[in-house]
Design a binder for this molecule. Structure first.
Ligand SMILES: Cc1cc2nc3c(=O)[nH]c(=O)nc-3n(C[C@H](O)[C@H](O)[C@H](O)COP(=O)(O)OP(=O)(O)OC[C@H]3O[C@@H](n4cnc5c(N)ncnc54)[C@H](O)[C@@H]3O)c2cc1C
Ligand code: FES
Length: 508
């Protein structure tokens, strides 16, 4: 097995500090809009609103820009992650056209902002190449070509990929796609928001929102409150909605690696294949004469596997077979995406609220989805009509996806059965340093972890969101909830929602 240092087990971008000066909120404050969450959704929304003259406050539980956006591979695509063939079948042609238009507009908006704000983020336009990999049935390309043309995408069929043994392979080339360095872009957005009198607070976990007499009150864990006219939950998965949205999307883990590659060895493009889950590849500017090749894929439903080394090995083997010039591994990491059951995310007014908004269901297109969310929510707040509001309406009932709805919610049913199953190990005393496992204690299940110094950390295995049973994630040394994707540290603290409260400590 490859020996990988802890420094390597973070994304390629993590070293960029998006907002070095951001501190916790220490007093009650007022604003026009309070945005909860400082990833691509939160910072893009705050930027759009600050541009329109609103006073904006952004609160984040952790550091600014260090959520899933810090783990992205940043393909900026106006294609559909689930294929246009699939999207047309699920939502119809008109919806698929609007979907493409909204993501194309998001790429245009990023391009315009990085120019207007002089953000040095390596933004560039390039082709997106969908190809049939070794052993894959290329006939899907014919159907996707037809579907993409129907939705109005500029696409052409080509022969020949710049990969070993794929010189004759067929592919589709989508024009005017793009990519950038996500953390450099977020750093530029954060600076622009601050310059427009927006305020960013890190280390400020939000526990709830109350809507009263045309105002919203967002309360933080440290007892501080922001009073505003509007609240936007940009928390990747809503922490304000407890059930409805979470039954319409499912959490998946996805894996990424960065390798060095001699500059010029591969044409600069976005590449992805027809596998399920698909592999995704692109280049990023590196130091000296080397660039980075970033590859991602090997997805699985959250909590249903804990075999990251095997997945990284498979990703590396797949890449080396196609790109013999590949250099050494520089980084490996994983993160979470939410798959909406009808292939379209949820953006807009939170069902049941007047002035509370949300964005989730990012899928593997969360970067453009995030900018679509910013444009749409800014329009809703400003009282302007927006052509995409119905497409993304969080209150919709995805009728054509009823089968997917049942199958995704079976995770919760299966999970509750785990309460009566035996523990994974007989006793916490059996844990080796660095290991976590579930232990049965009478009628309860305990999430047990032994740290590298030998100390034991025991918590209830019951997720504080809706009570599903957490699973150990050895790559990230944390507990994952398979039902709706909450993640908890070994100290029980929430790392990823929808949970807002920590795992209960277990006292022996
Ligand atoms: C490995 C990987 C590869 C990907 N590749 C691509 C790609 O190529 N192209 C693409 O378009 N998308 C891709 N995605 C998806 C994309 O990165 C995400 O969808 C996107 O970054 C999500 O942005 P966000 O703003 O919704 O969430 P985040 O960036 O996670 O931001 C949410 C923020 O909310 C904060 N927060 C949460 N709860 C609270 C609370 N209660 N109080 C205060 N703050 C809170 C968090 O701390 C976090 O900072 C990829 C994702 C992964 C993991
Ligand atoms: S995330 Fe919903 S029960 Fe755990």
């Amino acid at each position: 097995m490859v020996n990988v240092s802890e420094e390597q087990t973070v994304s390629l971008w993590m070293s960029v500090d998006v907002a070095p000066g951001a501190a916790p909120l220490k007093q009650d404050i007022d604003a026009d809009v309070v945005v909860v969450g400082a990833g691509i959704v939160g910072l893009s929304t705050a930027y759009e609103l600050a541009q329109r003259g609103y006073t904006v406050v952004v609160l984040d539980r952790g550091r600014i820009g260090m959520g899933q956006t810090a783990r992205t591979t940043a393909h900026l695509s106006s294609d559909s992650d689930d294929s246009f063939e699939g999207l047309i079948a699920r939502r119809g042609l008109d919806a698929a056209r609007l979907f493409h238009q909204s993501h194309a507009a998001a790429i245009d908006r990023i391009e315009a902002i990085q120019t207007a704000e002089s953000i040095d983020c390596h933004f560039r336009r390039l082709d997106g190449l969908l190809f049939a990999g070794p052993g894959q049935d290329a006939s899907a390309l014919d159907r996707e070509l037809e579907a993409a043309r129907q939705v109005g995408m500029t696409v052409e069929a080509r022969h020949g990929m710049p990969f070993a043994d794929l010189g004759e392979a067929r592919c589709l080339a989508f024009a005017r796609q793009a990519t950038f360095h996500p953390q450099r872009y977020l750093r530029g957005l954060a600076a622009a928001i601050t310059a427009k009198a927006g305020r960013l607070f890190a280390g400020t976990a939000v526990m709830g929102v109350e809507e009263k007499d045309g105002e919203v009150f967002v309360s933080a864990e440290n007892g501080r409150t922001v009073r505003a006219r509007h609240a936007v939950f940009a928390t990747n998965t809503p922490t304000n909605d407890w059930v409805a949205i979470h039954s319409k999307q499912a959490p998946y883990r996805t894996y990424a690696m960065a390798f060095t590659i001699p500059r010029g060895a591969l044409p600069d493009a976005l590449y992805w294949d027809l596998a399920d889950p698909y592999h995704y590849v692109r280049l990023e500017t590196g130091p000296g004469t080397a660039d980075y090749l970033i590859v991602g894929g090997a997805d699985h439903k959250t909590g249903e596997a804990d075999d990251a080394p095997v997945r990284f090995e498979a990703l590396e083997a797949w890449t080396r077979a196609l790109v013999p010039e590949l250099g050494h591994e520089a980084h490996r990491w994983s993160g979470q995406v939410y798959e909406p059951i009808d292939s379209v995310g949820f953006i807009g007014r939170n069902p049941g609220n007047q002035n509370v908004y949300m964005a989730t269901g990012d899928s593997g297109q969360g970067m453009t989805h995030g900018v679509v969310a910013a444009l749409l929510i800014a329009d809703l707040i400003s009282g302007r009509s927006n052509p995409w509001s119905e497409l993304y309406d969080p209150a919709r009932k995805p009728v054509s996806a009823a089968k997917a709805f049942v199958s995704e919610n079976l995770t919760a049913v299966k999970n509750f059965a785990e309460y009566v199953a035996p523990g994974e190990i007989a006793s916490e005393e059996d844990l080796t340093p660095g290991q976590g496992a579930i232990v049965r204690k009478g009628m309860s299940k305990i999430a047990a972890y032994r740290d590298r110094e030998g100390g034991l950390h025991l918590h209830s295995a019951k997720c504080s969101h809706l009570g599903c049973h957490v699973h150990w994630n050895s790559l990230e040394t944390c507990w994952d909830c398979p039902c709706h994707g909450s993640q908890f540290g070994t100290d029980g603290a929430v790392l990823q929602g929808p949970a807002i409260a920590p795992l209960e400590p277990y006292k022996r």
